[in-house]
Write a protein that binds this ligand. Structure first.
Ligand code: FAD
Length: 470
């Protein structure tokens, strides 16, 4: 039976639920719990909306849009458009645009929480004092249900010289209101690659330093190579197999030792962005006092329903290590709410991996890579098509990249797909939907798509399926 009271017992304020962190799961969960009649204490230590709204998806995708506008303006003549004069970047205005998008979203989240019936917003850093008790400053809160949605922050790697030089992270990058002369991005994965292309298009010299032999090394090699080619065509220097990366002060900024197999041993940057992964915000949460277990990376251990080892405590979003995206954090909310309030039995393991890399052209991804599909030992069908043979891409003058699909030859179920090409982040949803419907590829093969679109090539791609390796 749910207590509807928020009352004081022995200096403690009791609620039906406490939510820590206003990321992508917490605010929506507060909405469902309060609508179910519960009292909720909502604790946020800094910016409402968390990473996505303030220092992640929203500001970066706003910058991606500005960078795309600059790129298209430089290519105007290709489309028969005459622009008189150079393309110049008004960086304070670019930044102001990104700030406005973030601020509006942040204020929206805060306002909705503050006016939510049954929700008490508390600003401050939450720390567990026991399995059902949390302290925020002088206030002690208690509840039979506690939901942790504390997200993560940029990881600062323990590389030689890292503390001898100024460096930027995704958060401080967004405070720049000038274009760096030469931006060196350490880390050739999702966050680093987006910033690299954005700032190249804003006019900076850009070098990407990556310790693996390939950019975004979790992807298939043709995807990594495709992105490398797109970057190099825009004048971005890519230094892979950069072993033993080290940083040192230099009269022109920062010297980044890269020890690559090829090329000079150093890159000299005016600014350095460290984009080498994220770490969960779990080290300052007092989890040990509640008895909540974490893994060796600090991620909170959860079961398939996102429950921790302590009854009554759940962990949602990036801090549980089961996803690293806004949509996975939001889906965590959906799973927890459905199981607690709707009598369902939703599981994280039922989630098909989906994501996009917002370079231009973007990479839209679903399911397995070809490499993973091969490693699974199944008989495979594969098909691939360059964007030069996609009418919509030709018409838009954006023909870099390719689209490809891999399926199980026995079950005729799609295992995965990638579109590195214009509109790839949207078009991939056709495949995402078929995979979620657990339908065979023949359903997509016989669908009638709209012409001209990138999606319309999926039936053709499926018609061209061949046994892998043939
Ligand atoms: C540069 C960048 C670009 C990105 N782009 C995309 C993208 O395009 N698409 C995508 O899907 N994902 C993207 N992501 C990832 C996405 O931002 C995260 O996966 C998502 O925000 C995770 O949300 P979350 O709910 O786990 O927590 P977060 O959004 O990180 O929020 C956690 C909140 O908890 C608060 N908090 C932490 N500790 C405490 C405490 N002890 N007490 C009180 N409050 C606390 C924090 O202040 C924060 O507000 C990007 C990330 C970065 C860094």
């Amino acid at each position: 039976m749910i207590s509807r009271r928020r009352d004081e017992i022995a200096g403690m304020t009791r609620f039906d639920a406490i939510i820590i962190g206003s990321g992508q799961a917490g605010p929506s969960l507060a909405g469902r719990l309060t609508r179910a009649g519960m009292t909720v204490a909502f604790v946020e230590r800094k910016l409402f909306g968390g990473t996505c709204v303030n220092t992640g998806c929203m500001p970066t995708k706003t910058l991606v849009a500005s960078a795309y506008a600059a790129h298209l303006a430089r290519r105007a003549a290709d489309y028969g458009i005459v622009l008189n004069g150079d393309v110049r970047i008004d960086m304070p205005k670019v930044k102001a645009r990104a700030d406005t998008v973030s601020t509006n979203a942040r204020e929206g989240v805060e306002k909705s929480l503050r006016k939510m019936d049954g929700c008490t917003v508390i600003q401050g850093h939450a720390r567990f004092e026991g399995p059902d008790t949390v302290r925020v400053g002088d206030e002690q809160l208690t509840a039979p249900r506690i939901f942790i949605n504390v997200g993560g922050r940029a990881r600062v790697p323990d590389m030689p010289g890292v503390h001898d030089v100024p460096f930027l992270t995704n958060t401080t990058m967004l405070a720049l209101d000038q274009v760096p002369r030469h931006l060196v991005v350490v880390g050739g994965s999702y966050v680093g690659l987006e910033f690299a292309q954005i700032y190249r298009r804003f006019g900076a010299d850009v070098t990407v330093v990556e310790k693996s032999p390939h950019l975004i090394s979790r992807e298939d090699e043709d995807v990594s190579e495709g992105i490398r080619q797109i970057f190099e065509a825009e004048g971005i220097r890519v230094r892979t197999t950069a072993e033993c990366i080290r940083l040192a002060p230099h009269r022109d900024g920062v010297a980044i030792g890269v020890n690559c197999v090829e090329g000079p041993p150093e890159a000299i940057g005016s600014h350095v962005l460290l984009a080498v992964g994220r770490r969960p915000n779990t080290d300052d949460l007092g989890l040990d006092r509640a008895g909540v277990e974490v893994d060796e990376r600090g991620n909170i251990k959860v079961d398939d329903s996102l429950a921790t080892n302590v009854p009554g405590i759940w962990a949602l979003g990036d801090c549980n290590g089961r996803g690293a995206f806004t949509h996975t954090a939001y889906n965590d909310f959906e799973i927890v709410a459905a199981n607690l309030l709707d009598g369902e039995h939703r599981k994280v393991s039922a989630r098909i991996p989906v994501y996009a890399l917002y370079t231009d052209p973007p990479l839209g991804r679903v399911g397995m890579t070809d490499t993973q599909a091969r490693e699974s030992g199944r008989p495979l069908l594969t098909s691939k098509r360059p964007m030069t043979r996609v009418g919509r891409a030709v018409e838009k003058g954006e023909t870099q990249g390719f689209m490809k699909i891999v399926a199980d030859a026995a079950t005729r179920k799609i295992l995965g797909a990638a579109i590195l090409g214009t509109g790839g982040d949207e078009a991939i949803h056709g495949v995402i939907d078929i995979m979620n419907a657990d339908a065979t590829l023949d359903v997509l093969r016989w669908a009638v798509p709209i012409h001209p679109t990138v999606s319309e090539l999926f039936p053709t791609l499926l018609l061209d399926l061949k046994p892998a390796g043939s």
